[in-house]
Ligand binder design. Structure first.
Ligand SMILES: [Zn+2]
Length: 387
């Protein structure tokens, strides 16, 4: 997925190929974007420069006109010679900028829009961006203050907040926390300025290092693997050998990868923050009693098509009211699920002494985990009489 460094590389490549040239044509598979391009008479303007701001790409044309794209998870800018074959379908080309020498095509961006000279300063996402980690005038103190302002957020969630500082995506988030030995579940308020400053400096250093050609890497050159933890759930930590864990965090349920031994802190998924609105009314004492587990757990129940299923989930969280877990099967709201949780010895007393804790629950919340075909399920415990 594109992160700040990807966008900087794309902007640099597009700038080198196109800056200073006259635009000979603009097209888009989105009728309103194509019409806006015609209205602004983009053809005939000069493409002055291409820049990245965090994960946004801004193509500047003469007369103060800007094409703004955000690549999201699956978007990409491609550069072609006129007449050569594109690597994605033209139907997915949301922006096509032609000059005599080149054709720049943006495929599948979730955001593509034209901005007039005054639009940027009032733009809801562009005007509120925090300091850009890759900008030459990057200000680390402002970035730390931006994180600090999100005192209650888990650090892994705060690092993705582009209004605090911009450029970090999911890969760098996990890698930076690992390299700094910081648990992704720590609240910003628990971390001092030295730790926050270290995270910011490490992110900047890693992203700058990856501005050159080649695949993204956070490990030293010459090592077999390019990344320490991202995408490596279940495999051994490159430092200590412990199994790397994966969970999802934040309202957008973004994946976090981490090593529980190298990044000590509170265990597991931070208590079902997405489970149900009533939970926000729980007292601190109840919050502290919640328990997060990261264990292979057997789950069985009935899926949305009415057939029974059983699978092993990698991520599970229990609170006083219910349970949250990740599931590959399609469940429906209201579906009954039965979970067999295999408990580690230290937790058996807490749950009554057996090594398997069986719960029955009803699904009350479903969320798609963006990057994989997995759903995050929130389920409320069923009372004995109901089950
Ligand atoms: Zn480790």
């Amino acid at each position: 997925m594109p992160e700040g460094d990807t966008l900087w590389r794309a902007a640099r490549t597009l700038h080198a190929a196109l800056a200073g040239q006259a635009v000979t044509g603009f097209a888009s598979s989105l009728p309103e974007v194509a019409a806006a391009g015609r209205g602004l008479r983009v053809a005939g303007r000069t493409l002055e420069r291409v820049e990245a701001r965090g994960k946004h790409l801004l193509m500047r044309f003469s007369g103060g006109v800007t094409l703004h794209t955000h690549l999201g998870m699956h978007g990409a800018w491609h550069l072609y010679r006129p007449g050569s074959r594109w690597r994605r379908s033209p139907a997915r080309a949301r922006a096509v900028v032609r000059t005599e020498a080149a054709v720049a095509v943006c495929f599948d961006p979730p955001v593509v829009e034209w901005l007039g000279p005054l639009a940027e300063s009032a733009h809801p996402s562009l005007a509120t961006l925090g300091p850009d980690l890759l900008a030459p005038d990057f200000d680390a103190e402002t970035a730390v203050a931006g994180l600090r302002a999100r005192a209650d957020a888990e650090i892994a969630v705060a690092l993705l907040d582009q209004q605090a500082l911009c450029g970090i995506g999911n890969v760098y988030k996990s890698e930076v926390l690992f390299l700094c030995g910081v648990s992704p579940f720590r609240r910003v308020a628990e971390l001092d300025d030295v730790v926050l400053g270290g995270l910011v400096a490490t992110a900047r250093e890693l992203m700058r290092r990856n501005l050159g050609p080649g695949t993204r890497r956070t490990t030293a050159l010459g090592q077999a693997r390019g990344l320490f933890v991202y995408g490596r759930a279940g495999r051994g930590c490159l430092r200590c050998g412990e199994a790397v864990r994966r969970t999802v965090q934040g309202e957008q349920a973004r994946a976090t990868f981490w090593c529980p031994r190298c990044q000590p802190g509170r265990p597991g998924l931070r208590a079902g923050s997405n489970m149900d609105p009533e939970e926000t009314a729980m007292t601190m004492t109840e919050r502290e009693r919640r328990l997060g587990l990261h264990l292979p757990v057997a789950v069985s129940g009935t899926d949305s098509a009415g057939s029974s299923f059983a699978e092993v989930t990698r991520s599970l969280n229990i609170s006083a009211r219910g349970i949250a877990f990740e599931c590959r099967h399609r469940l429906a709201i209201g579906a009954r699920v039965e979970l067999d949780i295999r408990l580690p010895p230290a937790l058996r007393a807490h749950f009554g002494g057996g090594d398997v804790y069986r719960v029955k629950a009803a699904v009350c919340r479903l969320e798609e985990v963006a990057e994989q075909d997995i759903h995050r399920v929130g389920a409320r415990f069923l009372a004995a009489a109901e089950s």
